[in-house]
Design a protein around this ligand. Sequence first.
Ligand SMILES: [Zn+2]
Length: 559
Amino acid sequence: MKKRCTLFTWRSKFPVGIALVFLFGLLPASVFAQEAKVSPARLEAMKKELITEIDKQQKLTQEMVDMIFSFGELGFQEEETSRYLTDILKKNGFAIEKGIAGIPTAWTAKWGSGKPVIAIGSDVDGIPKASQKPGVAYHDPLVEGAPGHGEGHNAGQALNVTAVLALKKLMEKEKLPGTLVLWPGVAEELVATKAYFIRDGYFKNIDACIFTHVGNNLGVSYGDAGNNGLVSVEFTFDGQAAHGAGAPWRGKSALDAVELMNIGWNYHREHMEPTQRSHYVVTDGGDQPNVVPSKAAVWYYFRERTYPKIKTMYEDALKIAEGAALMTGTKMSYRVLGSAWPGHFNQPIAEAMYDNMKVVGLPQWSAQDQALARAAQKETNAPKTDRENKPIDGLAMKLDSIEPGVKFSMGGGSDDIADIAWSVPTVVLRFPSNIPGLPGHHWANAISMATPIAHKGVTAGAKAEAMTMLDMIVKPEIIKNAWTYFNDVQTKDIKYTPLISKTDKPAIHLNKEIMAQYRPTMKKYYYNPAKYKTYLEQLGIQYPTLPDESKTKAQNSGQ
Ligand SMILES: [Zn+2]
């Protein structure tokens, strides 16, 4: 009965034409009840077992969160993270396939048999220069200049593994059918792998996908996510070297071409729609001033709200790059390094998940958790309210509402999970392991990520995820409805066309040099759970360490 009511309310917000495709929503609830493999009371009892099991696994959850945090690896170089996770999954009976889609750090881990086939993913890569001691509310890097988890991508896989191990135990006991496929979002910060997973057929036989991402609250949304898609392109210019003082007239500067391209693009910006976001870094600006740079390169992200608009940006950029080459007598070449579609997520799965989130609720934050959060907010000049005008003060205390898709958006970030979401019904489960109001892609976003805040947030998220997967297994109508939404609403007028070509290759060379530079020092800080209960304990960090206390400490010790 409940499902019927939900659909009815939802339908009333949409035109009759769309409503017709949901006619099954008017069928008596008993039709669905016959399909269900277990009674509602039995299902509830099984969900309670999942909750108990996930609570029992809190030690393993904490270890996984802390361990991946300590690896702090950048995109495409997640070697330790991949080895660690696949080892755990292998030990637990999962069949591992490594190096999928030509990406050394990508893998799948499969267990179970039959339908439904559920894919469970989360990102694993870090942020450059975001090294930070956890539990410390001011900038205090573990290794100066090194990467770190300034986006919180250390927590999602811990959540997925926790949820899946609890569910597997239950499925074995209850002899439930179903196949679980875990996979990592490698190099998400470069939006550089998920379109390849799709292109190379890794989601062909998947019935539904649950993706998890760290957030400030426990939540899920559906419909148009309101964010931007993007194409990430590196432009390389080839010129002619010459003595910078002795014979500059013989040189053709590739750096000049990069600068002219950037100037051209920045003028072009004035005539673009305000939903666009574009940004660049110069990846090669030459070697030294007295040598006319024979090679230079600039790397752009071009972001917009729709596929056609992203394509237009891309084409405009190519013309500007060609113009810069013409002006400088250099040769231009380019390479796609990543891509993402704008997000759109599945309503029936999101609704089933949100029902479970209401049961789980937010974690109980301690006074220490809140003190750390407030100090970090103060330290980073966090705004007093979020974009929806809700106050920002410490950690979330009220469960997020379920968010329907946006009708209007000014654009924003991107995530290549969208390429999967345009291929298979997908939702993103957000879990409360981060501190609200922080800048994002920043050392401050790492502060909470190996502390009780992250551990508790992951446990809460794992419960909601495991319960939703169980729902999908015992209530086949969820996946049926998910595909009806996918076919008749989401992809009715918009068809997925990848932004990568059939021949583009994953940019697995990225971040190699940075990791080679920092990994030897970072290794000294890898978490050792055999010796220390938590990573905080290993680092000797008092939880929480607040700015004023440290100043007092410094003064007391005469520094
Ligand atoms: Zn992310």
